[in-house]
Design a protein around this ligand. Sequence first.
Ligand code: UDP
Length: 469
Amino acid sequence: PHTTMGKETATTAPHALLVSFPGQGHINPVLRFAKRLASKGLLVTFSSTVDIGQRICASTETTPGTLNPVGEGHLRFEFFSNGWDEDGDDDPSRRGDIDALLAQLSTVGSVRFAELVRRQAEEGRPVACVIGNPFMPWVLDVAGELNIPSAVLWVQSLAVFSIYYHYFHSTVDFPADYGSDDVVSVDLPGLPALKVDDLPSFLLESNPYKTLASVILSQFDNINKAAWVFANSFEELEHDALEAISKLSPVVPIGPLVETGVSGVIKGDIWKAEDCMEWLDRQQPRSVVYASVGSVVVLGRDEMAEMAYGLRDSGRAFLWVVREDCRHQLPEGFTEDVKGRGMVVAWSPQDEVLAHRAIACFVTHCGWNSTLELLTAGVPVIAYPQWGDQLTDAKFLVDVYKVGTRLKAPVERGEFAKRVGEVTEGEKAEEVRGRCLALKEAAARAVAEGGSSDRNIQAFVDDIRRRVC
Ligand code: UDP
């Protein structure tokens, strides 16, 4: 396995070990960062839990430990147990309980992960840097105990980083919940005034995911242990937020982490994408509404029905992602009903879909990856946020970047047609399109060689090399 790469071989290049929380919205940016680092000559290991590992390896036709050439370096995979698969009766439904999963990862997963890190040195690949993820603050503790420098990849926006930072440090008052009039808006440096429904819902009293909220916030307790804090964003997009937050916490933007030509074959899809590209090829340019609520959001039966009939009645062709676990919520006979004009898939190759010339607009829940992907593709948005940081992302998409419009819950079917028209036809739509194209170009510049984010990644790689020498 000693591949020659100029002066270095895969076994002498500095080794960066990245670890991802086992959720699609984390795996994608962490794996894309892993590929960027590998392409600059590092030996990179991507790790997550075993259940995720099996799916990634199956979909990319690789196996744990294999060296995959990426640009000037190599990418390999290695996974650790969260303990649930060790007791002989791994019940996949347990993973749906996010609070239980987070607790399991921090108690058993952290021990297994530490073993994985130690094994690297024993096998001749000592780790130069461990790069963790905000849902697993214990990664920094493991790295510290093993005397290995560490970094964090923040996978949400800099605006959201800033909101959590200020909340954690109690620098200003936050509203207690929806409907309470204790605090009308939150004013933070570098951010627009935020109303209660623009804030990450995890900060409100009604948030049902208590462990998740405390895990996210606990990151700010130990973030000083990280030698580097990276964010999946770019300077040109979040300039004001970046300038303000860098004075308090040195965070370095290295995004947008989206797929590039370098190594599109290695992808981290948990589910297999259905083929919809041929269907898209047959559609007119800018004619199709693409709709998806990502990998976690589950809409209620009524919302699903309104969305279904809204898409059907929009007068447009549409491509709608309805995950397998949500399929039963579709109105009876719907897919037959819309055959020919509407396509419903369980999972799509979203990056390719958004880049397709047939896409007119994107109805999205505004997860941060989907947000960056639509900005990079220059596609107007119909924001349909549900909870968490999606609410803040929607606020920025609509009021700051001004690339679309927002649906307010409870959504009613007639709204879809109206909103689609708003972002695709007429003078206002032309203005939206102009801003989409400007941001698309800015995103491309940031990640191109010598661009703002590329320079930040290069500086990190150079720093790692210096530390190893
Ligand atoms: N995604 C995909 N196919 C789909 C739906 C989503 O590949 O049919 C990808 C999407 O491109 C994004 C990720 O899954 O990279 C979802 O992350 P996001 O932050 O948008 O939302 P989350 O799923 O974490 O709520």
